[in-house]
Design a protein around this ligand. Structure first.
Ligand code: BGC
Length: 409
């Protein structure tokens, strides 16, 4: 039998734009309306309306934690003007989670920006740090008495890659220089927000919360043992997985490390150029792994690998996202179970893992891929907005209840 630590956080994650619906002041909304993105988020899961029902379902599934994000564009639909209705809404969201005995883990930025800020240039402009801090101050002051966990920014490198290198997400730029500026600004925004949040809690004589980012990590391997591939693995691991964390650790601005893990990445470098070293991937099905419905390799051992990579920082680690999109729900429980087995191996080998949040509680709007990929423990019927608990959710609920995986070593 596999037993997890006593106070382990068990639950799922969501992000505002992907589930709430009608985020009409967001940059994504405008991009969709202008036809720059193929799909429309529209009403998404109507979670803005149905959050109480959704959290009660999470409670019934024995979740004791839930990760959500605040939609900045709802809070500050116009520059400098904060919406009291949105503030009241998110206060209520947190209150309902507390009523359900579910620990809220709150993300401040999950890929979307208010449209007014995007029109001003977004994250690559230095002033974005000032805007982010002003927004963070507002919402943290309001929610601080009820929140013990904050995540400032979700997956900075994923955002930078899709928005500034590949150019698929707003602002659809392809510029290494802008990408670099975004990384600097996000790093700076995190460090300043970390200090700001602690200051707010101290001023209000509250117990200090735990603050981090949610960092996407992949398990990197070489497609063949040639030198360029090995060099690529070394570079990718140190740049994509560890560089940002290392910087934040240096500035003492992480109380734990939030790790999002989905898949592995196999380097198959075609040319000796830097771009190839970072971006050329194996096109064959290296190792013959099963895949999710978006074609990502399913590689549970990789969770062990990335958790062991961050062991050296001597900080608690929380798996803030891990999940599969699939049309075959039996694959989902296999996925969760195998990842939990690997998470437990990392605990046995000395990593202080404090929680596991499956992505996602609900099927949701998968950005530029629309609604087709199904990640949810709970199925959404997008015509009626009915919720249906999947079988995999029931199996996971057993683990959430007992803290054990019976029948496994
Ligand atoms: C993101 C989510 C996304 C998920 C699946 C993560 O990188 O934080 O917003 O839905 O991956 O692609």
């Amino acid at each position: 039998m596999i037993e997890f630590p006593k106070k382990f956080l068990w639950g799922a994650a969501t992000s505002s734009y992907q589930v709430e619906g009608n985020n009409i002041h967001s940059d994504w909304w405008h991009w969709e309306r202008e036809g720059k993105i193929k799909y429309h988020s529209a009403e998404a899961c109507r979670h803005y309306q149905f959050y109480k029902e959704d959290f009660r379902l999470a409670k019934d599934l024995n979740h004791n934690a839930h990760r959500l994000s605040i939609e900045w564009s709802r809070l500050e639909p116009e520059e400098g003007k904060f919406s009291s209705e949105a503030i009241a809404h998110y206060k209520q969201v947190i209150a309902v989670l507390r009523e359900c005995n579910i620990e809220p883990i709150v993300t401040l930025h999950h890929f979307t920006l208010p449209n007014w800020l995007m029109r001003k240039g977004g994250w690559h402009k230095k002033k974005s740090v000032f805007y982010f801090l002003r927004y963070a101050q507002k919402i943290v002051e309001e929610l601080s008495p009820s929140v013990n966990y904050w995540l400032t920014i979700n997956e900075p490198f994923v955002y930078i890659y899709y928005a500034y290198i590949q150019g698929d997400w707003p602002p659809q730029k392809r510029s290494f220089f802008k990408a670099y500026a975004v990384m600097r600004n996000m790093g700076c925004a995190h460090i300043k927000t970390y200090n700001l949040i602690r200051q707010i809690y101290k001023t209000n004589k509250l117990n200090l919360p735990l603050i981090s980012i949610a960092h996407n990590m992949q398990s990197f391997s070489a497609c063949s043992p040639k030198l360029e591939n090995k060099l690529a693995v070394y570079l990718r691991k140190n740049v994509f997985n560890l560089y940002f964390i290392e910087e934040l650790v240096k500035f003492k601005s992480l109380d734990f490390i939030g790790v999002n893990y989905y898949s592995r990445n196999t380097a198959d470098v075609k040319t000796p150029w830097l771009k190839s070293l970072f971006l050329d991937n194996c096109r064959d099905n290296c190792g013959g792994l099963k895949k999710n419905s978006m074609g990502w390799d399913i590689y549970p051992e990789g969770l062990y690998d990335v958790l062991m990579q961050v062991k050296k920082y001597n900080l608690p680690v929380m798996v803030t996202e891990n999940g599969i999109c699939t049309n075959d729900d039996s694959q989902r429980w296999d996925f969760i179970r195998e990842h939990l087995i690997n998470l437990h191996r990392a605990i046995k080998d000395g990593v202080n893992v404090t929680g596991y949040l499956y992505w996602s509680l609900l099927d949701n709007f998968e950005w530029d891929k629309g609604f087709a990929p199904r990640f949810g423990l709970i199925e959404i019927d997008y015509l009626t907005f009915a919720r249906k608990i999947r079988k995999s959710a029931q199996s996971y609920a057993q683990v959430c209840k007992t803290g054990r995986l019976d029948g496994y070593e």
